[in-house]
Ligand binder design. Sequence first.
Ligand code: SF4
Length: 346
Amino acid sequence: MSRNPDALPGFAETLVAWFLQHGRRYPWRETCDPWAILVSEVMLQQTTIPTVLGRYGEWMRRFPNPAALAVAGEQEALRSWEGLGYYRRVRALQATARAVMDQHGGSFPRDEASLRALPGVGEYTAAAVLSFAFNTPAVLIDANVARVLARIYDDSTPVDTTDGKKILRRRAEQLLHRGNPRAYNSALMELGQTWCTPGEPLCLNCPVRTFCRAKHPASLPAKKQERTISSLEHWDIWCLVDRTLLLDLQPPTARHAGMYRLPQRPREEVEELPHLRDQRYSVTRYKVTRHLHHALTPVAPRASERFIPLSGLDSLPLASPDRKLILSLLSSSGFLLPSSGAARQR
Ligand code: SF4
């Protein structure tokens, strides 16, 4: 009988045993509620664990089940997502909540096909719900898992190629702990977050060191393409009139659809105006620089722009960099801004 080169007898059991003793306790690991699992997965897609930890509890109190989010207004949902970024995720989550209510009577389906038929639920998210909520054997491959598997098997096939992905899936299926997929999948991710980290891993204390074939782990995983970062600049205006601020409602096609931001203008229109501040931040593959200029006289609002009372800013959905900048400018120009809400002048 030929030996399966992907087989690593005892690997899954060793990993699960380590995780059950040392795994970190996150709120989404303390529940089997598919809604709570789904929310955590969606939040964690593009947001760091510390940031999600700071927001998850509050969000779940506000929307403890699909019914609560299904009936919420879009602006309320967007506002509640502020600080987490990538707002299309909360829109998709709301669409999922409505589909669960309308098509499944408020209960999550337990099979992959029905889960994937929900709006915004792809292969990975469906597998996460199956595995973490229902303890169903389902393979999860994220960046952490890809890195760990490439190293365990000492494989330099680029993980972002069709071949690389096929190999990863085959090995992930081979290794999966079918008796406890919930703990196993969490364990594999945690291994990638704690010991088998990007760059130089911490092999000395790794719980699965005896199974690992990596000779030069820091060089793995191999990738076909490195992501290129581009610079982006835009010029915005600050127009504050009688305790109202000119803001621009983003159209449905925009990245921040349904949210407000400071109005943009062509550079040549604003560069003669007094310069207030530059703001720099990163979004996906862009490094953004915003140049903010002060419109000393009221400007005529464009169709999508309107003057918003400062007292209404707290409940208004605003892109995070905009809220940060606006609060900072209002504060430094003499407005006291209690975190509870309305701005008031000293
Ligand atoms: S021994 Fe090192 S490279 Fe291998 S899985 Fe553990 S941390 Fe990763």
